[in-house]
Design a protein around this ligand. Structure first.
Ligand code: ZN
Length: 153
């Protein structure tokens, strides 16, 4: 089995049985994501432990890439700080857009199974499907940073 088959297998597996599928209750923040190009919809809930992402769950409907990407992300970001999540997404984005080859990133152990998304680089229209969950997570994390009380004066 070559690397491409292995990557395809990981994507199919995460699409068939998405990890961390569901909703956290209570959650510290939530966010909705929508990719109109493909019709992917995502609802994400997060729970924080101080500055770390304690847990993340997602629900939604979308193409295989969007679901597999959210599933892979949910496993990869657990326990990470905001800065680590941001740096992880930068690596994933470089992979998705083909700026970094999977081979070059394979050494970066932090990516883990996320390298399976390397195949997406061959289908530019799918990049938004794969990055939707990351943008949605960013939106949810931004909300957790908001002060508990906001003065409108
Ligand atoms: Zn899609």
């Amino acid at each position: 089995m070559d690397l491409k088959d292995l990557y395809r297998e990981v994507i199919l597996d995460h699409n068939r049985s998405p990890r961390n599928f569901g909703t956290l209750e209570p959650a510290d923040a939530e966010a909705h994501g929508h990719n109109p190009l493909c019709g992917d919809k995502l609802h994400l809930t997060v729970r924080m432990d101080g500055e770390r992402l304690a847990d993340v769950r997602f629900q939604g409907q979308g193409c295989a890439i969007s679901v597999a990407s959210a599933s892979l992300m949910s496993e990869a970001v657990r326990g990470k700080s905001r800065a680590e999540v941001t740096s992880l997404y930068e690596q994933v984005h470089a992979l998705l857009t083909g700026r970094q080859s999977a081979d070059a990133l394979a050494g970066a152990a932090s990516l883990g199974k996320l390298v399976a998304l390397a195949g997406v680089a061959e289908f530019p229209v799918r990049v938004k499907c794969a990055s939707l969950c990351w943008h949605t997570l960013e939106a949810a994390l931004a909300k957790t940073r908001a002060p508990a009380t906001v003065s409108t004066e």
